[in-house]
Design a protein around this ligand. Structure first.
Ligand SMILES: [Mg+2]
Length: 258
């Protein structure tokens, strides 16, 4: 089986393990089988809005066993990057997961009509509004750096449609300021390396539903990848440039005998 060739399985979430509120067929059984084989697992998401514990609880609710310490989010990777640079304060356009991660890394998280901040940190924010956009733009004009947890243009919703992602919010701030955001999440390397650490190292396989984040991030690191056709990418989207190592219709193809 494909799984025999790897030690660490780095799973994207949306479009791979669930879509909206619904589990994807074959996902729970595949994760359980990999666990029973003693494989390392990590659950990796560019979504910055939720805490690792909340994500693990959601997966467990879908009968996919997961622990908080197996979850790597773009919020955690962003917090680690800013901590490593000794950035002291952040005005956050984002939700609880991003705020919690930055505070836990020792940054001062400023809110409301902030007069000053070292950085403007952007993640997915369902409450994003004009007042937040205006504050972010003023702070950047005063010298704050612009950092984004990810730049996904969209994410898949339960009914097969797509909704605006963090990239759409960043575009508003960039358009108004002329600033260019530094992006931490997939397809950039830090989140992949952090996820491999969580899985215990070894030879990694990245499993995702997006060519531009999951597959591209693996390619940049020279890692193998699986594109699973249960999410945003269809067969028609595939081309011959930099293809994933494997393309599968269902996740349980990984654990079927060759
Ligand atoms: Mg996905």
């Amino acid at each position: 089986m494909i799984a025999d060739r790897y030690d660490a399985f780095l799973f994207d979430l949306d479009g791979v393990l669930y879509r909206g509120d619904e589990p994807i067929e074959g996902a729970a059984g595949t994760v359980a089988t990999l666990r029973s084989l003693g494989k390392g697992l990590a659950f990796m998401t560019n979504n910055s809005s939720r805490t690792p514990e909340a994500i693990a609880a959601q997966l467990t609710g879908l009968e996919i066993e997961a622990r908080g310490d197996e979850v790597e989010t773009s919020a955690l990777a962003t917090a680690e990057l800013l901590r490593s640079r000794a950035v002291a304060s952040a005005y956050v356009v984002g939700e609880e997961g991003l705020r919690d991660a930055l505070a836990a890394a020792g940054l001062s998280v400023v809110d409301g009509n902030a007069a000053d901040a070292d950085s403007v940190v952007v993640g997915w924010d369902r409450g994003f509004d004009y007042a937040e956009l205006a504050t972010a733009c003023v702070l950047i004009q005063r010298g704050a750096t612009l950092v984004a947890s990810n730049a996904d243009a969209t994410f898949p919703a339960a009914d097969g449609l797509v909704l605006p992602g963090t990239g759409a919010i960043i575009a508003a701030i960039q358009t108004a300021t002329g600033a260019h955001a530094e992006v931490v999440g997939k397809p950039n390397a830090p989140i992949f390396r952090a996820a491999l650490d969580r899985a215990g190292g070894g030879r990694p396989l990245v499993i995702g539903d997006r060519l531009d984040t999951d597959v591209e991030g693996a390619r940049r690191l020279g890692w193998d990848s699986v594109l699973v056709l249960t999410g945003i990418t269809t067969k028609a989207d595939l081309d011959s440039n930099d293809p994933p190592t494997y393309v599968v219709e269902r996740l349980d193809r990984l654990i079927e005998d060759d």
